[in-house]
Each structure stands twice: as structure tokens, then as C-alpha cells.
Design a binder for this molecule. Structure first.
Ligand SMILES: Cc1cc2nc3c(=O)[nH]c(=O)nc-3n(C[C@H](O)[C@H](O)[C@H](O)COP(=O)(O)OP(=O)(O)OC[C@H]3O[C@@H](n4cnc5c(N)ncnc54)[C@H](O)[C@@H]3O)c2cc1C
Length: 477
């Protein structure tokens, strides 16, 4: 993996390659940010996937399953797919109807590709996926392109797909595996048994009618809102970072791009106290549009208004890229990025948390889609093992292993990410590091593998083994 640096200009030079990267952008959460610009045309992004089939709710007596999964984002659909494949009866309840928009950068790193591959999703260009080969990083007045690393554990390419398509496709995939998907169903709270254990959910059906759905276990994959977890007293940990990101779609000549384009130079003078710790992104969607946004990775540290930072940054870019308000095709919207396992414990009283609901976003870069799918799978595997055990202490012991599994998987990496955010919040450090680090391909390669959590671990090359050694030195979050 090598990278090449060039002085920054409108079009970066092609560079060699292969580093693993800070992955795409992703950011905080339920902060609904209204659009503040007059928009030429409202979100005109048609879905190009086969949609899940609408299925009427069964009669009240039949609203029961082994597992209920709440929320059909990447975490919920992944959990449901894996549960259905393990032979369990699973209901997936989603308040929206597909296709629906989701505020996101739409970028998937090789981790995301692997999670899709593991579920047998066809990620070929013929199936409508846009592939990219790495990251283009702008900082300190330099531009470097780095390819995703060549590793045994991970594919060497990433993907871009609108969430309008991705989420509909994954929900349909879960349905095809046997999941009973019901959309237009808003879950309002847990159904508790006499012992205070979750025995299903309460909610409202498509016409606002109250309903209950009974299950032996419930997976909350509701995203940031975490309504079910809160009802059990599982509140967000304030000592963990919460990012906030904003994005919109624009019609632009920058629609075809082999790289995810990210920038730390968000103002004419480079990184500032307003914009750090964070970055801006331009992800070409290959259909005449791009997803353009800015993510503040730690809202405890950032001082600026995210929409203002985005606009200021866009004003520094070449006008011929057409990323300005006049070329927007959607409102500017924002949401939160819950990081570093911010809601704990991840299991309690019959409820497992996955995806943003447990705060699985990578603090290094705001990537959350792949971690949503991974935690969905781990929650499903836990549930399947638990339900195969006799009811009582043996089953409960299986379920209680889930929080430890998440910490073992991500805890040390998240701890390093929290430290990284402290550095990234200092504009002087970012300016120095990008100006002096980006021209050094080996350094970029190491940084990007670490940030993107893309290595072969102790089985890998020298870089991977060094990262594994550093990671082992820190305690898990
Ligand atoms: C601006 C922005 C840009 C981002 N860019 C990227 C990126 O480029 N790459 C990346 O990897 N990550 C990115 N992320 C992060 C990523 O979007 C999230 O981490 C990811 O969506 C988490 O998936 P999830 O399935 O856990 O939750 P969600 O995607 O939020 O899905 C939750 C689902 O639950 C449903 N739901 C919620 N409450 C209820 C209820 N009470 N009853 C029924 N259904 C309910 C919702 O309708 C939704 O469908 C970005 C985030 C933001 C805000």
C-alpha cells in the first residue's frame, strides 16, 4: 500500500496505492437538522432495487415469534437475516415504509462489503453497486489517494449506494430468507412480564391501532433513538463521543469517482477550531449526483455549527464542481453518530442492542453501516445460541456474554479512537500532521489501516502486527 501526495488542486493526481483508510464518514444522531436553503428540487432519488413486499399484520393472536427485531436499518435487517437463516421465527418491525431516505454519507468500506458478502448479497456493479478503490484525503494543502489494502480478511474495494436503495434491498433480503417484515409499525415500548423481563413489544400499526407482539427475545436496532433501551433504564453514556453530521445530495460533474473524497481542509486557512475534530466528504454516486457532507466526530469538543462549516468548506471548492446550494437536489439534513459502545450494557432483561442503538460507530471516522451489520449478526448469533439452551440460567448466561463479545471485538479500537479524536480536535496538530504526514505513503498506510479497522491482525504483515501490538496495550472501553 502506497499513497502519493500532491499539492492540492481541482483534480488530484492518480496515485499508487493501497492503504487502508479511515473509512467513510458517518456522524451523530438524532439531531434533526432542518434545511435552511431554498432547494431547486426535492429529493429526486428513485430507488432502483426490488422492494420488500408489503405484508398485512397477522391477526392479534398470531403476533408472536421467537425473536422480534425493531428497526429495519442495516443492523435490524442483518440481525433478522441471520436469525431467519438459523431457522428461527423472526419478525422485523419497521416504522417507515420502503423505499425511505436515511441521513447518511452512503459510503461502505471493505468491512461493509464483507458484511454484505457474508449475507450473500450480490455487490457487483451489474446489481447496481458503485465500487471505489480507496480514499482521497485532502489536508494541509495536499491531496493523497490511497487504495484499500490487500488483505486476507477483507475485500480490497468499497461501495457507494444510497441508503434509500441499501436499506430497502437489505430488508427484502431478510424477507427472502424467511423474516416476517412488517412496515408502518412503530414500536412504542417493551412488553414486560411479571418479573420485569422483556416479553415482546408494544406499538402502533399502520393505521395507528395499538398492537402487541410477543417474543422470547427482542433485538433493538432502532438507531440512535434507543427507545426500548431507555425504557429499561439504559441511557447513553455521556463519557463517550457522539458525532453529528450533515449531508445533502447535489447534481455535479463529480459524480464518477474511483475514490471516496474526504477533506480536513474545511476553510481557506485549513482545519480550524470550528471544524475539528471532523472532516468533509464528497462521495460520487455515479448517477449524476454526489453525497456531500460534513461530520463533526465529537460534539463534546466541536464549537461550530455543522451546516455553517459545510457551507464555508463548499465555498472553498472549485465552482465547476457545482457543489453549492444552487445544485442541491435534497435538503441539508443531519443526524447523530453514537460511538464507542455508548449504551451499556448491550444486553439486559431479554433485550439485545445492535447498531447505532448500542453506539457501534467507529470513533476514528464515523463509519457505522458495517458495524451495524456486524453487531446485527452478533446479536443474532447470541440469540440463536441462547434459544437453543434450556430456559433459565443457561440461556441467560449465553445472553450475558453479548456485551463482553462487543467489547472484545471493538473496545480497544474504540479506546484508541477516542484518543485520536482528542488529537483531531487540535487544529494545529491536524495542520502539522496532514502537511508532514500525507506526503509519506507508509505513514498514511498505517494510519488508514488503523482508523478503518482493516487489518489481518496478528496474522498480517509488519504493519498489521504493529497495530495489533499497540491495540493490545490499551484497555477496552
Ligand atoms: C450524515 C451522516 C452520514 C453518515 N455517513 C456514513 C457513511 O458514509 N458510512 C457509514 O458506514 N456510516 C455512515 N453514517 C452512520 C450510519 O448512517 C449509521 O451508523 C447506520 O445507519 C446505523 O444503522 P442502524 O441499522 O443501527 O440504524 P438506522 O440506520 O438508524 O436504522 C434504524 C431503523 O429503525 C427504525 N426505527 C426507529 N425507531 C423505530 C421504532 N420505534 N419502531 C419501529 N422502527 C423504528 C428506523 O425507521 C430505521 O429504519 C452516517 C451518519 C450520518 C448521520
Amino acid at each position: 500500500m502506497a499513497g502519493t501526495a500532491t499539492p492540492q488542486g481541482p483534480s488530484p493526481v492518480a496515485l499508487p496505492s493501497s492503504v487502508a483508510l479511515p473509512s467513510s464518514v458517518a456522524l451523530p444522531s438524532p439531531v434533526a437538522l432542518p434545511s435552511s436553503v431554498a432547494l431547486p428540487s426535492p429529493v429526486a432519488l428513485p430507488s432502483s432495487v426490488a422492494l420488500p413486499s408489503p405484508v398485512p399484520l397477522p391477526s392479534p393472536g398470531d403476533r408472536t415469534s421467537d425473536v422480534v427485531v425493531v428497526g429495519a436499518g442495516p443492523a435490524g435487517s442483518s440481525a433478522a437475516w441471520h436469525l431467519a437463516r438459523s431457522g428461527l421465527d423472526v419478525a422485523l418491525l419497521e416504522k417507515a415504509r420502503f423505499p425511505r431516505d436515511k441521513v447518511c454519507g452512503d459510503g461502505l468500506t471493505p468491512r461493509g462489503v464483507k458484511a454484505l458478502d457474508d449475507m450473500g448479497v450480490d455487490t457487483s456493479p451489474a446489481a447496481g453497486w458503485v465500487r471505489h478503490r480507496g480514499l482521497r484525503v485532502r489536508g494541509g494543502g495536499r491531496v493523497v489517494e490511497v487504495d484499500w489494502p490487500q488483505l486476507r480478511r477483507w475485500p480490497d474495494f468499497g461501495l457507494v449506494r444510497t441508503r434509500r436503495d441499501l436499506d430497502a434491498l437489505l430488508a427484502a433480503h431478510a424477507q427472502a430468507a424467511g423474516t416476517r417484515l412488517h412496515t408502518g409499525v412503530t414500536v412504542t415500548g417493551p412488553l414486560l412480564d411479571d418479573a420485569g423481563r422483556v416479553a415482546g413489544v408494544r406499538g402502533e400499526g399502520p393505521d395507528g391501532e395499538p398492537l402487541t407482539w410477543r417474543a422470547r427475545l427482542v433485538v433493538s436496532a432502532e438507531g440512535c433513538s434507543g427507545r426500548l433501551a431507555k425504557a429499561l433504564g439504559l441511557h447513553r453514556r455521556e463519557d463517550r463521543p457522539l458525532g453529528v453530521a450533515v449531508r445533502r445530495y447535489v447534481r455535479t460533474p463529480r459524480t464518477h469517482d474511483d475514490y471516496l473524497d474526504i477533506s480536513f481542509d474545511l476553510a481557506p486557512g485549513g482545519p480550524s477550531a470550528e471544524s475539528m475534530p471532523g472532516y468533509g466528504w464528497i462521495f460520487g454516486l455515479g448517477d449524476g449526483t454526489a453525497n456531500v457532507g460534513y461530520g463533526l466526530l465529537d460534539s463534546r469538543r466541536g464549537r461550530g455549527d455543522q451546516r455553517a462549516v459545510l457551507r464555508k468548506w463548499l465555498a472553498t471548492l472549485p465552482p465547476e464542481w457545482q457543489l453549492d446550494d444552487d445544485h442541491a437536489v435534497s435538503p441539508l439534513r443531519g443526524a447523530g453518530l453514537p460511538m464507542a459502545l455508548h449504551r451499556a450494557p448491550a444486553y439486559g432483561r431479554g433485550l439485545l442492542l445492535a447498531g447505532d442503538a448500542v453506539g457501534a460507530v467507529n470513533p476514528f471516522n464515523g463509519e457505522g453501516i458495517s458495524y451495524a451489520m456486524e453487531t446485527g449478526r452478533m446479536a443474532a448469533e447470541t440469540a440463536a445460541r441462547a434459544l437453543a439452551a434450556p430456559e433459565g440460567p443457561a440461556r441467560e448466561a449465553e445472553l450475558r456474554r453479548y456485551p463482553a463479545r462487543l467489547r472484545a471485538e471493538y473496545g480497544r479500537h474504540h479506546r484508541l479512537g477516542i484518543g485520536f479524536l482528542a488529537l483531531l480536535s487540535r487544529p494545529d496538530v491536524v495542520r502539522f500532521t496532514t502537511a508532514h504526514g500525507l506526503p509519506r505513503p507508509v505513514l498514511v498506510a498505517v494510519a488508514l489501516r488503523l482508523m478503518g479497522n482493516l487489518t489481518d491482525g496478528r496474522d498480517g504483515d509488519g504493519v498489521d502486527r504493529a497495530i495489533a501490538a499497540i491495540t493490545r496495550l490499551v484497555p477496552a472501553v
